[in-house]
Design a protein around this ligand. Structure first.
Ligand code: KIV
Length: 271
């Protein structure tokens, strides 16, 4: 909740004003209380409780297996920590595709049980009815176009999307449809920078890119990737701001060494 003196200060209206002022929007994924507490102090505008939790937290190959209950659990953990940023929660695969009644039911559960600020759905025209129905229940919706990981099995590749003209035109139309429906922002994943620029210029609502170039209104990264906790995933768009894999491995090794050598705990660390 964030309106007038309540808890969180980043609102859908504020994001639109940021776009109008040309102020960039910083968004990161987060799935747990401790990381959300740290992020909350760093000036992040939007925290995304992404369904990438399926990969990062649970070790699944795709985002498909994560359930509504698991997303609610992650969202609750994040919301408990957050003061300023807006908290957006991904609707998991199977909770909105092809059934707008189920979509609104799932979105209401996410909002009621986690107290997050908004939901995110993947897709354009194919999920428009669900988007409209969720919006008509008063729930803010963020769209997601380009590479949509919940459809990965259909496409069979994580390669750059909308490289040819027909696909680019379709993406642009989808972005317009989402804006007209009332979405407050759209994530653009892994598309050419020139297309990211065009969509951003044509639309009034903010476009948040991940691998969509520098001309969009904001950027999102998976926090575990930008912290260098993940060694396998190295797409071109990923900038690593830390090397926590090595830092953590070193700490674990040091601890094991101390325990084996009998030098942890020492005199001061016992009762
Ligand atoms: O779940 C996720 O991490 C996402 C980002 C890639 C935007 O949707």
């Amino acid at each position: 909740m964030s309106i007038e003196g309540k808890k969180r200060v980043v609102t859908t209206r504020r994001l639109r004003e940021m776009k109008q002022r040309g102020e960039k929007i910083a968004m990161l994924t987060v799935y747990d209380y401790t990381m959300a507490s740290i992020m909350d102090t760093a000036g992040v505008d939007i925290m995304l409780v992404g369904d990438s939790a399926a990969n990062i937290m649970a070790g699944h190959e795709t985002t498909l297996p994560i359930t509504l209950e698991q997303m609610i659990y992650h969202a609750q953990s994040v919301v408990r920590a957050v003061k300023n940023p807006m908290v957006v929660v991904d609707m998991p695969f199977g909770t909105y595709q092809g059934n707008s009644k189920e979509a609104v039911h799932s979105a209401i559960r996410l909002m009621k049980e986690s107290e997050a600020d908004a939901v995110k759905l993947e897709g354009g025209r194919d999920v428009l009815e669900s988007v409209q129905r969720i919006l008509s229940a008063g729930i803010p919706v963020m769209g997601h176009l380009g590479l949509t990981p919940q459809s990965i099995l259909k496409f069979g590749t994580y390669s750059v999307r909308a490289k040819d003209e027909a696909e680019a035109a379709r993406l642009l139309e989808d972005a317009h449809l989402l804006e007209e429906a009332g979405c407050f922002a759209v994530v653009l994943e892994k598309i050419p920078a020139a297309l990211g620029k065009r969509v951003t210029e044509e639309l009034k609502i903010p476009m948040i890119g991940i691998g969509a170039g520098r001309f969009v209104d904001g950027q999102v990264l998976v926090a575990h990737d930008m912290l260098g906790l993940n060694r396998q995933f190295s797409p071109r768009f990923l900038r690593r701001y830390a090397n926590l894999y090595d830092a953590m491995q070193e700490a674990f090794r040091h601890y094991v060494k101390d325990v084996k050598a009998g030098c942890f705990p020492d005199e001061k660390e016992q009762y």
